[in-house]
Design a protein around this ligand. Structure first.
Ligand SMILES: Cc1cc2nc3c(=O)[nH]c(=O)nc-3n(C[C@H](O)[C@H](O)[C@H](O)COP(=O)(O)OP(=O)(O)OC[C@H]3O[C@@H](n4cnc5c(N)ncnc54)[C@H](O)[C@@H]3O)c2cc1C
Length: 406
């Protein structure tokens, strides 16, 4: 049913009545693509429409491909899943009754909706002094960000300050160093990535950074002054770092349309339901809640796994297919950093208890209540794989049964 409410952004609207069993996937990234593909492959009886202003894009190549100049923007696109259709539009809001409002002014009433709108970069907390060069302090999240950063660097390499030594900051620092850029990596934590990868692997990564680039740890950025052709970053201990560009790599926050009365990341249950009938969420936009703890993971494979899980929950809830059960964070990710290959699996938080694996390799094993929930290693993919296989065999309960989180 469609009501006659005028969308709050004031664009006159047209009404689109969907055929029955219409699935609408909001966002064509890792999670949305996979949700749409799973629905089609599982025999969803009606049309599957993906709404995205840009179409499917592989965001993981923004730094590895576009920033390095190895790939052009068109090479990050992906075809839409077979059997689906793409609507180049943006979703502005999903009402409590499931009605979806598009920026174009259209409104639709699908049977099922998966919100997979991903994330936005977390902003820096300092206010840059001076305005002429404010555009030299940039996030690295979109193709446009990567192209802008490239345009600000001289062909001889130039200097970059990377603010934040998480996975994207660390990988980007390494990629830039490979391209001949003079890199300074600035980290608030004394041991960056300790919570996510454990102290064994985090210490190995820190050593690799120290061998290859300039790194300052345990210090905040106090301010950044921009001039027309330079940015000067001042640390909390007074040290200054000059660069052509400062890349802000402070992690991500959920990016989303307005959905019912929810604010912040979209909280979903362990079957990825938002609480609005027929509306699900997956990927970087979603925070998965179980036993009082919300966990948000923003990695490609995990987003794709969440998208597929949301699709299976839809098939179960609306068509009576088998119950997919509670979602488990059992995906992996890898990165090349200063010549080493980081391989990791699962999910870790501050509450994870890490120990070094009993081998000569840099491998850490993270546990909750004795259950292995995260594994990380450098140049140790085989060992990580065998620990993961054993952990999967032992996994008696979904990870959500364990009180992950702070
Ligand atoms: C530079 C960089 C490098 C990365 N490298 C890695 C890596 O090596 N390994 C890894 O595991 N992860 C990596 N990631 C993280 C990974 O890209 C994300 O975790 C993953 O893309 C999340 O998938 P998603 O589907 O939730 O969001 P996205 O893939 O970001 O897709 C969201 C989609 O939603 C669309 N959208 C947004 N708002 C709306 C709206 N209102 N209406 C309609 N559509 C909308 C967007 O256009 C976009 O296409 C990287 C991220 C970045 C920024």
């Amino acid at each position: 049913m469609i009501d006659n409410h005028i969308p709050h952004w004031g664009i006159p609207h047209r009404e689109v009545i969907m055929s029955s069993e219409h699935a609408l996937i909001v966002g064509a990234g890792a999670a949305g693509w996979s949700a749409a593909d799973t629905l089609v492959r599982s025999g969803w009886p009606g049309p599957v429409t993906i709404v995205d202003p840009t179409g499917p894009t592989n965001r993981t190549l923004v730094n590895k491909g576009v920033l390095t100049g190895l790939l052009g923007r068109e090479q990050l696109g992906r075809p839409i899943p077979a059997g689906t259709e793409l609507l180049e539009d943006e979703v502005a809001a999903v009402q409590a009754d499931g009605t979806v409002h598009l920026r174009s002014g259209d409104r639709v009433a699908p049977t099922a909706v998966v919100i997979a709108t991903g994330s936005a970069p977390r902003r820096h907390s300092f206010s840059p002094d001076g305005d002429a060069g404010a555009e030299r302090i940039l996030p690295l999240h979109s193709i446009e960000d990567a192209e802008r950063i490239r345009s600000l660097l001289p062909s001889s390499g130039g200097r970059v300050a990377v603010l934040g030594a998480g996975l994207i900051g660390s990988e980007t620092a390494s990629l830039l160093a490979d391209s001949g850029v003079d890199v300074t990596l600035l980290a608030r934590s004394p041991l960056p990535l300790r919570d996510q990868l454990g102290p064994t692997v985090a210490s190995d990564l820190l050593r690799r950074h120290r061998d290859r680039i300039r790194i300052r740890t345990g210090r905040d950025v106090a301010r950044a002054a921009t001039r027309s052709d330079i940015v000067v970053v001042e640390l909390s201990d007074g040290e200054t770092v000059e660069a052509d560009v400062a890349i802000v790599a402070h992690g991500t926050l959920a990016r989303r349309p307005s959905v019912g009365a929810q604010t912040g990341a979209l909280t979903v249950d362990a079957r990825l339901r938002t609480g609005l009938r027929g509306v699900y969420a997956a990927g970087g936009v979603a925070s998965i809640l179980s036993h009082g703890t919300a966990v948000r993971v923003d990695h490609w494979e995990d987003a794709a796994a969440q998208g597929a899980h949301a699709a299976r929950s839809i098939l179960h809830d609306l068509l009576g297919a088998a119950d997919p059960g509670e979602y488990r964070f059992e995906s992996g990710f890898s990165a090349r950093i200063h010549g080493g290959t980081l391989t990791a699996w699962g999910v870790a938080t501050r509450a994870t208890q890490w120990s070094r694996h009993d081998s000569d390799e840099a491998v850490g094993v993270g546990r909750h209540f004795g259950q292995v929930t995260a594994v990380a290693g450098i140049d140790a993919a085989g060992t990580v794989r065998s620990i993961v296989e054993a952990a999967r065999r032992d996994l008696r309960e979904p990870l959500h049964r364990y009180p992950i989180g702070v």
